[in-house]
Design a protein around this ligand. Structure first.
Ligand code: SF4
Length: 354
């Protein structure tokens, strides 16, 4: 039986070097191929003109380079673009390009199909975890989006909990940082976690990346309800892990805080939040809850949002309001997938609860 072809987008520089040594080839072949794949976007060995014909033929027999194009693209009036990709096993995954000032763009990528974490405010959580994405599937989201224009920042905040797929995520980060490839600096890549404490520590030891923690509550009672992971790693444990997380000078951990009406948007919450962040080099991203089809929560009143932010700013905590982009498309994570799958299965949309 013939060997399955190795997808070269699954391999880090070290692994690719090993792959070429296994073929009895020179080490520099690895960097040569990486330049073709990630700098020039070439996925066909025949086009790699600085490789000998014999090597190209050998590669065709043993390897492949996966190449993605989106099945669906939704573009919002503010320029946010959401891509839905069909994977080789028929699953789907989504990626969002968010325009920034000037020509700049941030890409929000997924790391799993579905998610096991079951956060109450998140549509992806309702699908459960179907499977981890491979390294190639994480990397291909960036490759495909770059066909539409340059990407300046990457955020691992799409479907899935990145630290629940730690091995493939660390490899994908290594590939993002390759000087022979995309060449992203670690300052341009942010990983957001719901708070898997042991994996957070492992991540900090293994690779540099901006860390964002999805916090969303200031008491265990509320966080237990919003984010079931809190029952395993309660606030005290989570905040201790944040205090221990290795940071470069002037680096901060970002705390994501989705403001939800009457759930976590009071002055008492703001006060407790200041206490929780004590001793941590932190920045708070305040996100106004985006009510959507089927959501159980309400958006906060604008005056509550203002008061919450002012309370933090007055206590010297950097607190920014993250603009909610792509409101007119399926903006929250998992929504495009939800819509597509409902359409395919001809299911009614879930009822809106009060
Ligand atoms: S918010 Fe993130 S961690 Fe929580 S269920 Fe959704 S995708 Fe998973």
């Amino acid at each position: 039986m013939s060997q399955p072809l190795t997808d070269l987008k699954n391999l880090t520089l070290e692994e690719l070097t090993g792959f070429f040594s296994g073929l009895g080839k020179e080490r520099f072949r690895a960097t040569q191929i990486l330049r073709w794949i990630y700098r020039r976007g070439v996925t066909n060995f025949e086009e790699m003109t600085d490789l000998s014909k014999a090597l190209r033929e050998e590669l065709v027999a043993r390897a492949r380079i996966s190449d993605w194009n989106p099945e669906v693209v939704e573009t919002s009036s503010d320029g946010t673009r959401k891509y839905l990709f069909r994977l080789e096993d028929g699953q789907t995954v989504e990626t969002v390009r968010i325009p920034m000032e000037g020509e700049r763009a941030t890409l929000c990528i997924s790391t799993q199909v579905g998610c096991a974490m079951q956060c109450a405010f998140c549509l992806t959580g309702t699908f459960g975890l179907l499977r981890n994405l491979t390294t190639a599937e994480i990397v291909n989201q960036v490759c495909a989006a770059m066909k539409d224009g340059p990407i300046n920042n990457i955020v691992l905040m799409g479907m899935g909990e990145p630290l629940h797929n730690l091995e493939n995520v660390v490899k994908a980060l290594e590939i993002f940082y390759l000087t022979e490839g995309f060449g992203f600096s670690a300052r341009k890549v942010t990983l957001s976690t719901c708070g898997l404490v042991p994996e957070m520590s492992q991540l900090g030891r293994r690779i540099r990346v901006n860390l964002a923690v999805s916090l969303n509550a200031t008491t265990d009672a509320v966080r237990d309800e919003l984010m079931p992971i809190n029952r395993r790693y309660p606030l005290k444990v989570l905040m201790a892990a944040c205090r221990d997380y290795p940071l470069a000078p002037r680096e901060r951990i970002t705390f994501e805080y989705i403001l939800i009406r009457d759930v976590n948007d009071t002055q008492a919450d703001a006060k407790r939040l200041v206490g929780l962040l004590h001793g941590i080099s932190a920045k708070v991203n305040l996100i106004v809850y985006n009510e959507h089809e089927g959501s159980a929560f309400r958006a906060p009143l604008p005056e509550r949002v203002q008061a919450f932010q002012t309370y933090l700013l007055d206590r010297q905590i950097v607190a920014v309001r993250r603009a909610s982009k792509g409101q007119d498309i399926s903006a929250a994570c998992g929504q495009l997938k939800g819509k597509l799958e409902r359409a395919q299965a001809k299911l009614p949309a879930p009822a809106v609860e009060d």
